[in-house]
Design a protein around this ligand. Structure first.
Ligand SMILES: [Zn+2]
Length: 284
């Protein structure tokens, strides 16, 4: 959106891939070496970028979006399969404050949930950070970046309202997600996720965790289980076997069936909202 009528950014992680499990291809490495500006969320999401970004030419700008002004960070809910009210009555705009635990591995955001884009308020902050970085790198087009950013922010505000309308009727309906990726969306719109199948999508969940999640499904404490296109669906089928729980697909990264470009973000968010509604309120 911010680069519209200027150029097209090169997207490293394409269709069907997940940032959690991605590894850099030689063509990606070459593209990075030639980049003037590189945007990433941060090392605890795109871990594969950590080393390559250290070897970029000196004049390259690296923008870590998790640190963009105005971006709100939430802590991961990684203690057990987490309960519905583990963080208080999570209505709209109730934020779980994120505390930096200063892990010794040097990751400034260890413990922070990096799926920051799933709150349109964060998306607006990301747009402004992108406009600032692009303007610094390419001051001749400052006016264009600014007007693109302003238009993007207006679109994101309208999208926010639309998502509010879609999701408000679903508040209080409990569901299970594949990985703990959606809390930014849940906090913003008052959704009631009651657990995730995996803690780290790149690792198989323990048998104990699968049993705890299965219990929520058999108890009727979760009416929906959401699979993800990037990961093995077999586990989801095991979890719901013999129960009335429904299955839908959520795609936080939006790689599947969403063409890259200025329309991608609204489409990713609408797809998520529609999948939530289809599963949690099948009458609509
Ligand atoms: Zn994720």
């Amino acid at each position: 959106m911010v680069m519209q009528d200027v150029g097209e950014p090169r997207l490293l992680i394409g269709s069907g891939a997940s940032p959690h499990t991605y590894s850099l291809k030689p063509s990606d490495a070459r593209a990075l070496q030639q980049a003037d500006v590189v945007f990433w969320v941060g090392e605890s999401l795109e871990t594969f970028l950590e080393k390559p970004l250290r070897t970029l030419p000196k004049n390259a700008r690296v923008v870590q979006l998790a640190e963009a002004p105005g971006v709100t960070l939430l802590a991961y809910r990684d203690a057990g399969p987490w309960e519905a009210h583990a963080h208080g009555s999570a209505g709209p705009n109730v934020q779980t404050p994120y505390h930096n635990h200063e892990h010794s591995d040097g990751d400034a955001h260890a413990g922070a949930d990096m799926h920051i884009w799933l709150d349109p308020a964060n998306a607006r902050a990301i747009v402004m950070a992108a406009a600032t970085a692009l303007t610094e790198a390419d001051p001749d087009r400052a006016v264009l970046y600014r007007s693109n950013a302003e238009r993007a922010v207006a679109r994101l505000l309208a999208l926010d309202e639309e998502l509010q309308q879609t999701l408000a009727p679903l508040a209080g309906r409990p569901y299970i997600v594949f990985h703990d990726a959606y809390q930014y969306l849940e906090h913003r719109y008052g959704m009631t996720a009651v657990g995730s199948i995996t803690v780290h999508p790149e690792r198989q969940p323990s048998a104990q965790r699968v049993a705890a999640i299965r219990k929520k499904v058999t108890d009727g404490a979760a009416v929906c289980v959401f699979a993800e296109p990037q990961f093995e669906p077999k586990l989801v089928q095991t979890l719901i076997a013999g129960t009335k729980a429904r299955v839908e697909v959520l795609d936080a990264d939006g790689g599947v069936g969403v063409p890259a470009g200025p329309e991608a973000y609204p489409m990713i968010m609408r797809n998520l909202a529609n999948a939530l509604r289809a599963c949690l309120d099948p009458s609509t």
